[in-house]
Design a protein around this ligand. Structure first.
Ligand code: 5RP
Length: 230
């Protein structure tokens, strides 16, 4: 089964967790987009759902496919958010932000009763850190912020290879007009300590470690669907 079919299978399983009449968070990325396509078909069949998109990219796709949207300001409490991930560990700690939407994704997931992660089995890891951690930073003081991130990593005994994400020749800009630093720290034995250290740096807007947010992960593999829950 190819990767796209696995993403569709995970997205299909997540749809059964969505109740008509609710407002839901809608994630970003190729797996979340498969969910959007299935959700659009359900809406066309009569499901009454309103979505809060986690990125402009997701908002555009939802509009194209006829999914009604609202904002978190109008609906600050969501039943569930369905989103992809770059890595999922056995405790459902995540790395997210490969698509650059981590800030809105984290705000939306935090406003939801449940966050359900959808992914193919390549995203499941024993320990986070193979995928570089996306860190959203303010453009002001970039070099100082990079220096502080590297020092924090070394203080925790981690590697400190930092790369400013580019879109062509220019730095990639998030929906909030911030930069993204992709940080290769090596394996992250204590994600909580790293999260706290990064949050202590003023130039860090948010990072892609999602801890205690996901309650279910639906993982599609060649032998079927595996559901992990905490
Ligand atoms: C976007 C994300 C995505 O959920 C993550 O990058 C996974 O994307 P994909 O489903 O395309 O592998 O965090 O910011």
């Amino acid at each position: 089964m190819d990767a796209r079919l696995l993403k569709i299978e995970a997205a299909r399983a997540a749809l059964s967790h969505v109740e008509s009449g609710t407002v839901i968070g809608i994630g970003t990325g190729s797996t979340a987009e498969e969910f959007v396509r299935l959700l659009a078909a359900a809406v066309a069949d009569g499901m009454a759902i309103t979505g809060v998109p986690t990125s402009e990219r997701t908002a555009t796709l939802c509009r194209e496919l006829g999914i009604p949207l609202t904002t978190l300001d109008e609906s600050p409490h969501l039943a569930v958010t369905i989103d992809g991930a770059d890595e999922v560990d056995p405790d459902l700690a995540l790395i997210k932000g490969g698509g650059g939407a981590l800030l809105r994704e984290k705000i939306v997931a935090s406003a939801s009763d449940r966050m359900i992660v959808i992914a193919d089995e390549t995203k499941l890891v024993g320990s986070l850190g193979r995928f570089p951690l996306p860190i959203e930073v303010n453009r002001f003081g970039l070099a100082a912020t990079q220096r502080a991130i590297a020092a924090a990593a070394r203080g925790l005994g981690l590697e400190d290879r930092l790369v400013l994400r580019k879109a062509g020749e220019e730095p990639f800009l998030t929906d909030g007009s911030h930069y993204i630093i992709d940080a290769s720290f090596g394996l992250i034995p204590d994600p909580r300590a790293l999260s706290n250290a990064l949050h202590a740096i003023p130039g860090v807007v948010e990072h892609g470690l999602f801890l205690d947010l996901a309650s279910i992960a639906i993982i599609a593999g060649k032998t079927g669907i595996k559901t992990l829950a905490v």
